[in-house]
Design a protein around this ligand. Structure first.
Ligand code: HEC
Length: 88
């Protein structure tokens, strides 16, 4: 019975976890700067138009190079890109 509050707390933490932009920045710096620099995020005719599109593109690029990230990590990078460049 004592485990139930702990479980509830863990669940709550999981649901309310905010994206960690600092982690997104680190991941992006480490894995995402090999093919293009950040100018693709700010160019006039950029591909990404909305948040869903940003998510698709991040996943596409990540899968292309065979990265196995957790959803949390993908979210961190999406949030990092959005706050830094896209402002969607
Ligand atoms: C294997 C090479 C490669 C790597 C590594 C790579 N990308 Fe890309 N990325 C591309 C190509 C190619 C495009 C399309 C460029 C174009 O349309 O001119 C692109 C475009 C993008 C765009 C869209 C830019 C726009 O026009 O709005 C985003 C966002 C993006 N990449 C994110 C990432 C992220 C995040 C990572 C790290 C997980 C990453 N990329 C790593 C090849 C790569």
């Amino acid at each position: 019975m004592k485990l139930i509050p702990l479980f509830a707390l863990l669940l709550w933490c999981g649901i309310t976890r905010a994206a960690d932009i600092e982690n997104g920045n680190d991941l992006h710096f480490e894995h995402c700067t090999g093919c293009h620099d950040s100018s693709v995020y700010t160019r006039d005719k950029r591909n990404v138009r909305d948040l869903a599109g940003l998510g698709r593109q991040v996943r596409y690029c990540k899968d292309t190079i065979g990265l196995t990230w957790f959803d949390d990590e993908v979210d961190d990078v999406i949030e990092y890109l959005n706050q830094t460049y896209y402002h969607l």
